[in-house]
Write a protein that binds this ligand. Structure first.
Ligand SMILES: *[C@@H]1O[C@H](CO)[C@@H](O)[C@H](O)[C@H]1NC(C)=O
Ligand SMILES: *[C@@H]1O[C@H](CO)[C@@H](O)[C@H](O)[C@H]1NC(C)=O
Ligand SMILES: *[C@@H]1O[C@H](CO)[C@@H](O)[C@H](O)[C@H]1NC(C)=O
Ligand SMILES: *[C@@H]1O[C@H](CO)[C@@H](O)[C@H](O)[C@H]1NC(C)=O
Ligand SMILES: *[C@@H]1O[C@H](CO)[C@@H](O)[C@H](O)[C@H]1NC(C)=O
Ligand SMILES: *[C@@H]1O[C@H](CO)[C@@H](O)[C@H](O)[C@H]1NC(C)=O
Ligand SMILES: *[C@@H]1O[C@H](CO)[C@@H](O)[C@H](O)[C@H]1NC(C)=O
Ligand SMILES: *[C@@H]1O[C@H](CO)[C@@H](O)[C@H](O)[C@H]1NC(C)=O
Ligand SMILES: *[C@@H]1O[C@H](CO)[C@@H](O)[C@H](O)[C@H]1NC(C)=O
Ligand SMILES: [Cu+2]
Length: 399
């Protein structure tokens, strides 16, 4: 009896000692003041802790690949790139939009009338699998791999020599329309959409939320993506003439509607930090990040920045049409990577859920041996090979 109790205590101690591999306990919101949570101090502190855990883990384990903490590509926040790199990044993104498809065959082409470019192959693949990669077990891993392939294409097909940057929304949450990302100069991510006045509030049935119009609404009018023609979608936008079939050819301009209402409610440092620290189970963390199954957080940091970007970015199926999607998902991936590394031992390979949105229609629980589908983007990838940013085809970390 006493022995059992003592063994139980010892086991409990051993398990909790493994919480942080570098010896640190997994941090909680209550470790920080509301001010530290609101101003980013807490978020920056835990992101550094996650990096220290990652570095410790990599330097003490068995090396199975040539990818090390030291030689991994380091992804940076968009505004910390020098102007020349930013310009070569957006030029490479434009290059993929002007390049013919590389994977779609002549036999397949008639089924995909809207696929005109390499970039459209990404959009079409996302459209195809939208209901299999959101509110599913593989939301984080699938999008991580999707943006990895796009980054490889920028390098291999368009000569980009930098890294995929990420967009830290919290830096812009209170005044999104004033973000340096959207100044519309040649070093920016392109402008807002042209302002459309006198619009009314919009009610979104799925969330039962009414939101005010944003600060743009029309076509991106200056900077890198001013003259882009989007070919696919939209499929699900409110107040819009949506396409009648998934891959319909529907040429139009790239639209944005920067809307601080979303980012100030869903993408502040407070929102990021509480989501990251208060959800210790993957089931909760992935649901709250996306805004599923929450009465109070209906968009999460993921939906908040999609709707905050507005226009093309807010179409559930075709949002990768805007290159902003890829740096937004860079931040989603950084967010997941931090969460994983705060407790590597428990979180590195943990998954939960099926391969259908909200398990509707019902499907099997996914396993790490399942293959994730990449359609016209690339060959399918084993789920378990992309749980670690140092594993499988991946070799990068965040700064
Ligand atoms: C996090 O903040 C605490 C308290 O200020 C500090 O002791 C610790 O060194 C910080 N950790 C990192 C990794 O920055
Ligand atoms: C490292 O690899 C060796 C040889 O394969 C094995 O014997 C050892 O148990 C491994 N250590 C760890 C910590 O995985
Ligand atoms: C690691 O590097 C060595 C030497 O450069 C090379 O021979 C080997 O194929 C590499 N292994 C992997 C998994 O990339
Ligand atoms: C917007 O509404 C105001 C006030 O009703 C009106 O004066 C203005 O002409 C409208 N602008 C547009 C672009 O419709
Ligand atoms: C967009 O196209 C127009 C008309 O061809 C041209 O005047 C303008 O310079 C282009 N803008 C950019 C940013 O390429
Ligand atoms: C979808 O079909 C309806 C009815 O034929 C048509 O009015 C609408 O323009 C079509 N939408 C698009 C984007 O082609
Ligand atoms: C996000 O944070 C802001 C404060 O920065 C707060 O007002 C808002 O309620 C939070 N949103 C959610 C969904 O918790
Ligand atoms: C590194 O993380 C992996 C995945 O959880 C774990 O199996 C391994 O034991 C860790 N290595 C060290 C040295 O903590
Ligand atoms: C769409 O999904 C089907 C079924 O998995 C697949 O055969 C097809 O190649 C996919 N197309 C794209 C563009 O992803
Ligand atoms: Cu997506």
């Amino acid at each position: 009896m006493y022995t059992t109790l003592a063994t139980g205590l010892l086991l409990a101690t051993l398990v909790s000692a493994q919480v942080g591999v570098s010896g640190a306990e997994t941090p909680k919101s209550s470790d920080y003041t509301p001010q530290q949570i609101a101003d980013g101090t807490a978020f920056n502190n835990v992101s550094r802790m996650a990096l220290e855990n990652m570095q410790y883990n990599l330097s003490h384990g068995n090396t199975t690949t040539n990818c090390t903490y030291g030689n991994a590509q380091q992804r940076q926040e968009w505004r910390t790139l020098d102007p020349a790199t930013r310009k070569s990044f957006t030029s490479a993104a434009t290059c993929l939009m002007n390049m013919p498809p590389t994977h779609m065959t002549a036999t397949e082409a008639p089924y995909y009338p809207g696929v005109k470019s390499r970039h459209d192959e990404y959009v079409a693949t996302h459209i195809n699998y939208t209901l299999n990669v959101h509110d599913t077990a593989d939301f984080f891993a699938w999008h991580r791999t999707f943006i990895h392939f796009w980054e490889q294409d920028l390098k291999n097909l368009c000569g980009y020599t930098g890294v995929l940057p990420y967009w830290n929304w919290a830096l812009d949450a209170e005044s999104l329309q004033d973000s340096p990302l959207f100044t519309g100069d040649e070093y920016s991510m392109g402008s807002n959409g042209k302002y459309i006045a006198n619009r009314t509030d919009t009610w979104l049935a799925a969330q039962d939320v009414t939101y005010p119009p944003g600060t743009g609404g029309g076509c991106v009018y200056s900077g890198p993506f001013a003259n882009v023609t989007v070919h696919l979608g939209p499929l699900d936008l409110p107040n819009t003439n949506n396409v009648n079939s998934s891959f319909q050819y529907n040429p139009r301009c790239l639209e944005r509607d920067l809307n601080p209402w979303f980012t100030e409610n869903y993408n502040t440092y407070t929102n990021l930090t509480t989501t990251l620290l208060d959800n210790i189970y993957i089931t909760d963390f992935q649901a709250i990040t996306q805004g599923y199954n929450s009465a109070t957080n209906k968009f999460g940091v993921h939906g908040g920045a999609h709707w905050g970007g507005g226009g093309s970015m807010s179409d559930f199926h075709s949002s990768p049409a805007d290159p902003l999607f890829f740096i937004h998902h860079g931040m989603i991936d950084r967010f997941f990577t931090i969460w994983q590394n705060l407790d590597i031992y428990r979180r590195q390979n943990v998954i939960s859920g099926t391969s259908t949105l909200g398990n509707s229609p019902p499907s099997a629980e996914m396993t790490l041996d399942d293959m994730l589908p990449f359609g016209f983007v690339a060959a399918d990838v084993r789920f378990g090979d992309v749980m670690d940013t140092f594993g499988g085809p991946l070799c990068y970390r965040y700064d």
